[in-house]
Write a protein that binds this ligand. Structure first.
Ligand code: AMP
Ligand code: MG
Length: 418
């Protein structure tokens, strides 16, 4: 486990910006050093544990990029077309044993190794065969055209994959192109997830008239799994300090991160703060973010705890800005800043300066072909429909106070967040 000191999440100011929160997390959270070796495809979504240098050049040998005819550079027709006698045929997987004869051409196919001394390939669409069966090549082709030199993609020895890379299918493909069969990855981050609240019932269990089904826990479990975590679903803790404390204490030692939702406001029935303080340390981060509210950051037996707000949209947004960077830091992943894409606002909006706001919005194609963000008509942080019926979040920075229709804004698609 990555042991942290009790005061590692302490923060001096009254309000914390999103950037300050991410900065604090990335500098304070220690990466897990445990490594496991997995089969290539199992590497997808995992964090690479060490650099991978190319054990061979890519492509491994010089080959033709097209179906066509290979010639020596010395024989390239300069100003008029020229007829060549055919001297052999090489297909992909084949091998040219002998050098190409001067004044001759070799029939060659995409991916086939170039014959010795041949340097250029004519595309078959650009040549014709004359009455005596000779291959007529046009003038003006550049030397080396339609050839892929060995190592043009990646030279041998080049560090092609970096430690901390979160692997995607293209990274798996590169490892396979190197002939690797296994990859060293950081072991999955173990996260314990609890909901808190007397008003919650688990789906599948009886629900009293004053209760609602717990939805956040399943959202958080699903988000964590998308981040490659091994999750423990630990159900619902009641709004009572001692049972909260003993529930949290029990799992801290066997997990890398404890995640809770609900009970972190400052109401009398918000018991997470007191519970964590009785068994570890806790600070409430007042983040300058909407939707948000305080996020609890604690340490129990050296293990970090994050207490997210209970309102589903606040829980979602704070997960993205606090839990996501924490999981990335725990797994030693390279930082993955969220980069909003520019779209046009199809709405007007006013906000306070000094805090960042996220507006749930759908994208549509405007008449001129550009993308427009249409704001969800209602704003409550409890509206799950607002997350379901939109495509992502418009990010309005700390300096923004006013948005007019037609103005450029940054948009984060949900798919880019998690
Ligand atoms: P809290 O942060 O505990 O004050 O909760 C704020 C609001 O979010 C309340 O209306 C709760 O009922 C609701 N809430 C808290 N936890 C969950 C949950 N796990 N799933 C759905 N709603 C929740
Ligand atoms: Mg509550």
């Amino acid at each position: 486990m990555a042991q942290l000191s009790d005061d590692c999440f302490a923060f001096g100011g009254p309000m914390m910006s999103v950037d300050e929160a991410v900065g604090l997390i990335t500098t304070r959270v220690n990466a897990i050093a445990d490594i496991e070796t997995v089969a290539l495809v199992e590497g997808d979504g995992r964090v690479l544990a060490g650099d991978v240098a190319a054990p061979l050049p890519l492509p491994p040998f010089t080959n033709s990029a097209v179906d066509g005819y290979a010639v020596r550079n010395a024989d390239l027709p300069a100003s008029a077309e020229q007829a060549f006698s055919l001297d052999g045929r090489i297909q992909a997987g084949g091998l040219a044993q002998t050098p190409i004869k001067p004044g001759h051409t070799v029939r060659i196919f995409t991916g086939a190794p170039m014959p010795p001394d041949a340097e250029t390939v004519f595309m078959q669409e650009d040549v014709r065969v004359d009455a005596s069966g000779r291959i007529v090549l046009p003038p003006g082709l550049k030397r080396g055209a339609n050839v892929r030199p060995a190592g043009e993609d990646i030279p041998q020895g080049h560090v092609a994959l970096r430690a901390g890379q979160r692997l995607r299918p293209q990274h798996v493909a590169l490892a396979a192109a190197f002939g690797l069969t296994r990859l060293d990855v950081v072991r999955r981050i173990r996260v314990a997830v609890f909901s808190t609240g007397d008003e919650l019932a688990s789906p599948g269990e009886p629900r009293a008239a004053s209760q609602l089904y717990d939805s956040n826990r399943f959202m958080l479990l699903a988000m964590l799994r998308r981040l490659g975590c091994e999750v423990s679903d630990l159900g619902i803790l009641r709004d009572e300090r001692t049972s909260l404390a003993s529930g949290l204490k029990q799992v801290a030692g066997s997990h890398d991160l404890v995640l809770t939702t609900g009970g972190v406001s400052t109401g009398e029935e918000d018991h997470v703060k007191a519970a964590v303080e009785s068994i570890g340390s806790l600070v409430l981060w007042r983040m300058a973010i909407k939707p948000g509210r305080p996020v609890a950051m604690g340490i129990i037996d050296g293990t970090p705890l994050i207490g997210l707000p209970g309102n589903p949209v606040a829980s979602f947004v704070t997960f993205v800005h606090v839990v996501r960077p924490t999981v990335l830091a725990l797994s030693g992943a390279l930082p993955e800043p969220l980069l909003p894409i520019p779209v046009r606002a199809a709405f007007a909006y006013k906000k306070k300066a000094g805090r960042r706001e996220y507006v749930r919005a759908s994208l549509r194609r405007a008449q001129d072909g550009g993308l427009e963000a249409v704001k969800f008509p209602r704003e409550g942080a409890g509206l799950l429909s607002s997350l379901v019926e939109t495509d992502g979040l418009v990010e309005l920075g700390e300096d923004v106070t006013n948005v007019e229709p037609g103005q450029d804004v940054g948009f984060l698609p949900y798919a880019s967040l998690i």
